[in-house]
Design a protein around this ligand. Sequence first.
Ligand SMILES: CC(C)(COP(=O)(O)OP(=O)(O)OC[C@H]1O[C@@H](n2cnc3c(N)ncnc32)[C@H](O)[C@@H]1OP(=O)(O)O)[C@@H](O)C(=O)NCCC(=O)NCCS
Length: 159
Amino acid sequence: MTHWDIRPVTAADLDAVYAIFAACISPCWKKETFAARLDHPCAVVLAAWQEGKPVGFADGECAFGLCELNNIAVLPQYRCRGAGNALLLALGRAAKQRDCVAIQLEVRQSNQAALAFYRENGFVQVGRRKNYYTAPTEDALLLDKHLQEEEKDDETAGD
Ligand SMILES: CC(C)(COP(=O)(O)OP(=O)(O)OC[C@H]1O[C@@H](n2cnc3c(N)ncnc32)[C@H](O)[C@@H]1OP(=O)(O)O)[C@@H](O)C(=O)NCCC(=O)NCCS
């Protein structure tokens, strides 16, 4: 099992983490928009490191007891090795420290890999936004995970 070093993204990591965003997520945000996340008081932006460089990241927004997962991505050559899982667990821990009770997110209904990943990580569908995405037009599925469920993962992590 690969060990993943999960750390908050700093200004020094911005170029490398933004390159992951640009390579994995479309449409990509402007770099200045993403850079502003690093200083936002509600943001939790984490990167997974391997071989001395960031290879994945997660960007969550914690406010009013909920953590909105804006983006999560892992470089293709590092996928299916647990990095996404490690990022979500770390985000959940950080969100609980900020008094959040759940993580919520939107995902394109055609993104079968992400849907499988989220379901494997305990998310359930709680809604749908018709034609939410453009280019191409597509529904968003709303998924939700209550953070108490993660306590089980945390408790067994050292077993
Ligand atoms: C979604 C994503 C972040 C998952 O990252 P990852 O590091 O590959 O995920 P993990 O290795 O931690 O996978 C955990 C579990 O999720 C499921 N899963 C992950 N990728 C999957 C895929 N392509 N197909 C089916 N199940 C998948 C598996 O059950 C996996 O557990 P297993 O390896 O023991 O079978 C990655 O595929 C990605 O970057 N996709 C492109 C960006 C994206 O679509 N982001 C989400 C929308 S913003």
